[in-house]
Design a protein around this ligand. Structure first.
Ligand code: PLP
Length: 461
């Protein structure tokens, strides 16, 4: 049986991927244009699927950002490797409900295998549990939910049945440059942001570990410490070994937000940055960043499976739960029904192999250093951070002294020019251009082309 709508997608996909390296990286249609092309009332009558797909492609194409382009350097957005994309399509085709083993046995086993590969590759404790979640936000949320259970249970309080009303105060110690998803997770968990104890960060955004011992000493109740592997601006790593060692002595749980940086644990070149990683209690990682798995691919790991399951697990009479030999993912995830996101992760890892994964991480690092070298050699251009991973913060100096205005104008100019796409940020109160290299296809040639475009735009400002 011919499936015209699927043929339509396959034809477009081949063309899109072929044109991707040369199509403008930014979008070309504005919001009004997109509303006009996509809007209108819900049709009263059914429309032929192939016709709907053809029109959707035609109307949306100019509003699609080249996030998977080798010259997309905005935020921290990986692309998707061919095997990840293909397995992602299979995920929709099979449409398994991956919450329970009985909703998709192959999905459950694929998760089990991919999770074990990851625990092993990253050097985490071999009995660690894991959950495949939508992204770094939910990985942080899940890790911190396990933490909340664990530190309160140790204080004799069962938070799952009693909630937080009347519970001992849980103190959370974070670095000043933590990611905003940590605060948001604490809001979701009812811990609030007021009980946060902020530790100053150094000039690269790393938690000042010399302040940790004293901060831990201020309170002897349930305590969680949030460390970070890969700062979203500078790429810097908190010193994990001393953080974990000091926290352990005080019975505090350490959660590591490694959305960007956990992957470096696989690389000999970079591994020193995550020294002590295995001493933490929970970890968050994003496969859609440096691993280049399609979106919907965050991962949480936990060194205390029983606390992880106590925080997430669910039982209901109508569900068919597996015996202990089979994995029900809803025991490790905040979701109930969900798509079988393990297929894309599994296929991506299998296709790359350990050496292919390391190669992406190391090439992204090399490309970031190349950006730094070439840009900082140009007149009136400064790179503000130590380029320790994939992030480069650039500032353009203005003759009139308004460096912020010139930097912002150049960021906008580069976005409009189309050779590459990157975004702005603020660092220590200064406007900066923020370059993130995290795509599996980015080469030195892409860096050189992008540097040329950036310097061309800078000259005009
Ligand atoms: C990207 C990122 C997150 C959030 O991850 P999402 O996948 O966007 O939910 C959290 N922490 C850090 C350090 C990040 O870089």
């Amino acid at each position: 049986m011919a499936r015209e709508e699927l043929d339509e997608v396959l034809r477009y996909a081949s063309q899109f991927l072929a044109e991707l390296p040369e199509r403008p990286v930014g979008w070309t249609a504005g919001v009004e244009e997109l509303r006009a092309a996509l809007g209108g009332p819900l049709p009263e009558d059914p429309q032929p699927p192939a016709e709907v797909i053809r029109r959707l492609i035609k109307a949306a194409d100019a509003g699609i950002v080249g996030t998977t382009s080798p010259r997309y350097f905005g935020f921290v957005i990986g692309g998707s490797t061919p095997s990840s994309l293909a397995a992602d399509w299979l995920t929709s085709l099979w449409d398994q409900n991956a919450g329970l083993f009985v909703g998709g046995p192959a999905a459950s086993v694929v998760e089990e295998v991919a999770g074990k590969w990851l625990v092993d590759m990253l050097g985490l404790p071999s009995n660690s549990s894991f959950g495949l979640v939508s992204g770094g936000q939910m990985a942080n949320f899940t890790g911190l939910a396990a933490a909340r259970h664990h530190v309160l249970a140790r204080a004799g309080w069962d938070v799952e049945t009693r909630g937080l009303q009347g519970a001992p105060v849980v103190r959370v110690i974070v670095g000043a440059e933590r990611h905003s998803t940590i605060d948001r997770s604490l809001r979701f968990l009812g811990l609030g942001t007021e009980n946060l104890r902020l530790l100053e960060a150094d000039e690269q955004g790393r938690m000042r570990v010399d302040l940790l011992e004293a901060a831990l000493g201020e309170y002897d109740g349930p305590t969680i410490v949030c460390a970070q592997a890969g700062n979203v601006n500078t790429g810097s790593f908190d010193p994990l070994r001393p953080i974990c060692e000091i926290s352990r002595r005080q019975n505090a749980w350490v959660h590591v937000d490694g959305a960007i940086g956990l992957w470096v644990a696989a690389s000999e070149e970079f591994r020193h940055s995550t020294d002590g990683l295995e001493l933490a209690d929970s970890w968050a990682a994003d496969a859609h960043k440096l691993l280049n798995v399609s979106y919907d691919s965050g991962i949480v790991f936990c060194a205390h499976p029983e606390s992880h399951q106590a925080a997430m697990g669910v039982r209901a009479a109508y569900l068919i739960h597996s015996d202990t030999n089979e994995r029900d993912s809803m025991d490790w995830n905040p979701e109930f029904s969900r798509r079988a996101r393990g297929f894309a992760l599994y296929a991506a890892m299998r296709a790359l192999g350990r050496s292919g994964i390391v190669e992406i991480v190391e090439r992204c690092g090399a490309c970031a250093r190349r950006f730094k070298e070439h840009l900082s050699a140009a007149p009136r251009v400064e790179v503000l951070n130590d380029v320790v991973l994939n992030q480069v913060l650039v500032r353009f100096l203005a003759p009139d002294g308004d460096h912020d205005a010139r930097t912002r104008a150049i960021v906008k100019g580069v976005q409009d020019e189309g050779t590459c796409w990157l975004s702005g940020s603020e660092w220590h109160g200064m406007a900066v251009m923020r370059i993130s290299v995290s795509n599996w296809q980015t080469t030195a040639g892409d860096v050189d082309r992008s540097v040329e475009a950036i310097l061309r735009v800078a000259q005009a400002h």
